[in-house]
Design a binder for this molecule. Structure first.
Ligand code: G3I
Length: 302
């Protein structure tokens, strides 16, 4: 196959991209995005500050621009993200305790109702674990509402849209030896044992150059899948865009039957949040980088 999406589809997977609504009017951008990818994540437009800027007043204008573009072009949509310490609107940042807990539930209900039956996977909770070696939860206003905030979010999400796969999503959890990976694993294992509804784990895969980041990523994916959840690579970008590292990540997903697909976090290097890192598959002029060819070849089986 000659495009990333079609090549991934040969094994029942998708190859997706993060889309920014305000770039869809750029024809180079939209042409590449439409041609190459068959899954879309809104880079910012479905986040809390975008979808509920004032308490109780939902706004899906930008989110629907991304959603409608995706669906009109035959792509599935990953929802990102419902409960997160970052990109909270001001009104939510100022809440705490039971008021914040209720606001989180109301937000999940409001956004998931708008897209009910339309989203393949939702990142219900994003980035809840601390960096470093503690294996602790990240301190945040949501965490301070009580350690059960994550399972409360997943239960609310299941009730709001039973058709969506519900994912936990995080970064620096790709290397099996890292404390953050182990902490996330313990949480997912506990959720599965107690029947907390969770269907998938998203590995963001924002990699720097060098080997520790994606070393043993396949082991990590396999170990999570063995808990009875799907896995996905949700925000892939690699500092310097090493062809070898990109191909290894693709082969890691292909090796795990429960790996649903891969999403790269932007189209061209100039669209990336990592300015100066040239981490994506397309040059600023829209031409394909060597990493693109490496990914396509891997998806095509070698
Ligand atoms: O939209 C405003 C604009 O009105 C304003 O003039 C401008 C001035 O700074 O800011 C614009 O908002 C920016 C927004 O991106 C849209 O471009 C924010 O400042 C900026 O902080 C925001 O960055 C996003 C970041 O999440 C915020 O946390 C990145 O685009 C987005 O790629 C990044 O994505 C995250 C994932 O959601 C979660 N995992 C990590 C990943 C990378 O940080």
């Amino acid at each position: 196959e000659s495009t990333l999406g079609a090549a991934a589809a040969q094994s029942g997977r998708y190859f997706g991209v993060a889309i920014a609504a305000n770039r869809l009017s750029d024809s180079t951008y939209a042409t590449i995005a439409n041609r190459e990818f068959n899954s879309v994540t809104a880079e910012n437009e479905m986040k809390i500050d975008a979808t509920q800027p004032q308490r109780g007043q939902f706004n899906f204008t930008a989110a629907d621009r991304v959603y409608n573009w995706a669906v009109q072009n035959g792509k599935q949509v990953r929802g990102h993200t419902l409960a997160w310490h970052s990109q909270q609107p001001g009104w939510m940042q100022s809440l705490s305790g039971s008021a914040l807990r209720q606001a989180m539930i109301d937000h999940i209900n409001g956004v998931m109702a708008h897209y009910k039956g339309k989203i393949a996977q939702w990142d219900v909770v994003n980035e809840a674990f601390a960096d470093g070696s503690s294996g602790a939860r990240r301190d945040s206003n949501l965490q301070r509402t009580g350690n059960d905030w994550i399972e409360v979010a997943f239960r609310a999400a299941r009730a709001a849209d039973p058709s969506a796969k519900l994912c936990y999503n995080d970064y620096n959890v790709e290397n099996w030896t890292w404390a953050k990976t182990q902490a996330m694993y313990a949480m997912v294992r506990d959720f599965k044992q107690r029947g907390v509804p969770i269907d998938c784990v998203g590995f963001q895969a924002h990699f720097n150059s060098g080997s520790p980041y994606n070393a043993n990523f396949r082991t990590t994916l396999q170990n999570f899948a063995a808990l009875g959840v799907d896995v996905a690579v949700t925000e892939l970008d690699i500092q310097g865009a090493s062809s070898t590292t990109y191909a290894n990540v693709v082969n890691d997903c292909l090796a795990v039957s429960r790996c649903l697909g891969i999403t790269v976090w932007g189209v061209r290097d100039s669209d990336s949040w990592r300015s100066g890192d040239t981490p994506l598959l397309f040059n600023n002029d829209g031409s394909k980088k060597p990493a693109y060819t490496a990914v396509l070849n891997a998806l095509n089986g070698g």
